[in-house]
Design a protein around this ligand. Structure first.
Ligand code: R2B
Ligand code: URA
Length: 309
């Protein structure tokens, strides 16, 4: 009973809308989505967001604005010639842009920041009566034994204790939620990698660490009491478990989207090969160029979806 959603894998209503597994919400006259700067009383959420099909989340506000702009051009949407509006602007913590059927949302660094806005996005999708949405995380990471600039499509999430769960204390006891991602979405995204891309796209597990330095086995943080050999042993253990990259949200993102019954995928570029070092050395131009790769890969999936229907 550790799971928030112990029963069906996808708790959906018959029409594909999201069923929120929380009966307390029925007692609220108005639900305030505090970090999104929206609520169920002053906003017509079905009118504003009912046509959403994809939500893409990523760390920074600027990257998610760029992504929205990229999608507007890719899908040839009317928004491509308009100035994009940050829909969360009253709340200031995050940014959210809507271009046609795609929502582009920033989530900050790390699990608590990401899960806070993700949970409000899940409620938003439910209140807006969005049908069968798919959520992607497009992000950055450190790779394991693959060339920097490669893209990884995650097949599962792993926590810092090498478990395939997101562990969260609830009322004084730790719950363990399985970090499972939709394997069809993962395969489909990967299948869209193109022969003429100037980067490779891999499928593999993704470790979500609770820290950038010791939490990812780095030697270059302000604290470190282990050796280079200890670090290498750890990274090689990860590799043997099928982990291809390390970032800071994957296990919780996988766990919460699954608990909500929403199909999800994680697409990250790698900025370095962690078997060769810890510092992120490429220059800004290179990193900016590489950050577009998860956008390109997610964009292909989204464009194909609308071509096929
Ligand atoms: C990847 O990059 C960020 C840290 O630099 C973090 O949000 C993540 O998962
Ligand atoms: N983001 C991370 O969390 N780790 C890296 O090594 C690079 C980007």
């Amino acid at each position: 009973w550790n799971e928030l959603n112990p029963g069906k894998e996808y708790p959906r209503n018959n029409d594909g809308t999201i069923k929120l597994l929380n009966k307390h919400l029925l007692e609220l006259n108005v639900d305030i989505l505090y970090h999104l700067g929206l609520d169920t009383q002053n906003y017509d959420l079905p009118a504003m967001f009912g046509d959403v099909k994809f939500v893409c989340m990523g760390g920074t506000k600027y990257r998610m604005r760029d992504f929205a702009q990229y999608i507007a051009e890719l899908l040839d949407l009317p928004e491509k010639n308009k100035k994009l509006v940050n829909l969360t602007k009253h709340s200031q913590r995050y940014a959210m842009y809507k271009v046609g059927p795609v929502l582009s949302v920033s989530h900050g660094i790390g699990v608590p920041s990401m899960t806070t806005v993700l949970q409000e996005v899940i409620k938003l999708l439910a209140y807006a009566k969005v049908k069968d949405p798919i959520i992607f995380r497009i992000g950055t990471s450190g790779g394991l034994d693959i060339p920097p600039g490669s893209v990884v499509v995650s097949s599962f999430g792993l926590n810092g204790n090498l478990g395939k769960t997101y562990d969260i204390p609830v009322l004084g006891k730790t719950r363990q939620l399985p970090s499972i991602l939709d394997s069809r979405v993962c395969q489909e995204v990967h299948s869209l990698s193109a022969d003429n891309d100037d980067f490779n796209t891999y499928i593999g597990g993704t470790m979500g660490a609770d820290d950038f330095y010791i939490g990812q086995g780095r030697l270059d943080g302000p604290f470190c009491d282990y050796t280079q050999a200890d670090k290498m042993a750890f990274l090689n253990t990860l590799k043997d478990l099928g982990v291809r990259n390390i970032e800071m949200e994957a296990n919780a993102f996988a766990a919460y989207t699954r608990a909500a019954g929403i199909r999800a995928g994680i697409i990250c570029v790698t900025f370095l090969n962690r078997l060769l070092g810890d510092q992120v050395t490429p220059n800004k131009t290179t990193l900016n160029e590489w950050q577009k790769r998860p956008m390109i890969v997610a964009g292909r999936y989204i464009a194909k979806y609308f071509e096929d229907i």
